[in-house]
Design a protein around this ligand. Structure first.
Ligand SMILES: Nc1ncnc2c1ncn2[C@@H]1O[C@H](COP(=O)(O)OP(=O)(O)OP(=O)(O)O)[C@@H](O)[C@H]1O
Length: 266
């Protein structure tokens, strides 16, 4: 399968402090990675490297076959969908216009830029896939947090990226909002089988059933990585969060709870 991302022996140092150490990761087309770890473990820093937002201090990162440090990061970023929960939009734009700004990589529509009919059709299809078909004309300030998140995912997909990065996309969503997001990610994966995704979260309940791989980060180092069913066990996730945990998987989704003394064989 085609590699979309390869990080080798990456170190990131900030203010003289190691943030990531000896991190290697390869993501291939069609793979859906979960990046898990406690607060401060280095997840967002690793996602920034994947999105060509920062350079490693040491080691190599290749995004879509191009080595960071040898190519124009801005040009490379245009080919990676990065869903930023802090999207700086305040204007009351309509959902369909926000989604189209994914093509110009701008917060607001560019003054003289006009989308083609084909681009409009693609925006409408993505809006449908993300479960927003009835909201194409709705304006940003009237959207719920979950609807905003799904709008931004549709926006990130407009330029047909091969890699989609999601930083805690379910944060702040209520239960229906979270489930709609997970459903939309499932639909996306079915409709775009070659798309690769990397999703950062603290919560295993937020992982879609289609998650294929996982990486556990602890204090800037990789604790475990590989196929999700191998990595996401009570023992390994427990080490990651420093808690005795019991993990269960039903219909592809995960639940987790603390293992009580005297229960579950402890
Ligand atoms: N530019 C920076 N300068 C100094 N320290 C930084 C910088 N960026 C991140 N850090 C530190 O690096 C560590 C890892 O940060 P990062 O945001 O990658 O962690 P995270 O796993 O995403 O955490 P969270 O779950 O809290 O979002 C933290 O201790 C953070 O304070």
């Amino acid at each position: 399968m085609t590699e979309v991302l390869r990080a080798e022996d990456v170190h990131v140092v900030r203010d003289g402090r190691p943030i990531l150490q000896e991190v290697s990761l390869t993501v291939r087309a069609g793979e859906h990675w979960a990046l898990l770890g406690a607060n401060g473990a280095g997840k967002s820093t690793l996602l920034s490297l994947c999105g060509a937002l920062v350079h490693p201090t040491r080691g190599t990162v290749e995004v879509l076959g191009r080595r960071l440090g040898r190519v124009d990061l801005r040009e490379l970023r245009a080919h990676v969908g990065h869903v930023d929960p802090r999207h700086p939009l305040t204007a009351p734009l309509r959902v369909r216009d926000i989604v189209l700004t994914g093509l110009t990589n701008s917060v607001a529509p560019l003054p003289r830029w006009r989308p083609t009919q084909g681009q409009r059709d693609r925006a409408a299809r993505l809006i449908g896939t993300l479960g927003l078909a009835d909201l194409g004309d709705a304006r940003w300030p009237t959207l719920s947090q979950g609807q905003r998140g799904r709008t931004l995912i549709a926006r990130a997909l407009m330029p047909e990226p091969r890699l989609l990065l999601l930083d805690e996309p379910a944060t702040g969503l209520d239960l229906p909002g979270r489930e709609r997001l997970i459903e939309a990610l499932g639909a996306l994966r079915r409709e775009h089988p070659a798309l690769a995704t990397v999703l950062v979260t603290h919560h295993l309940e937020e992982l879609p059933a289609g998650t294929t791989h996982a990486m556990l980060l602890r204090e800037g180092r990789v604790l475990a990585q590989g196929p999700a069913s191998y990595v996401l066990t009570g023992d390994q996730v427990g080490k990651c969060f420093d808690l005795p945990l019991v993990l269960e998987r039903h219909d592809g989704r995960w639940t987790v709870r603390i293992r009580r003394r005297g229960q579950d064989g402890a």
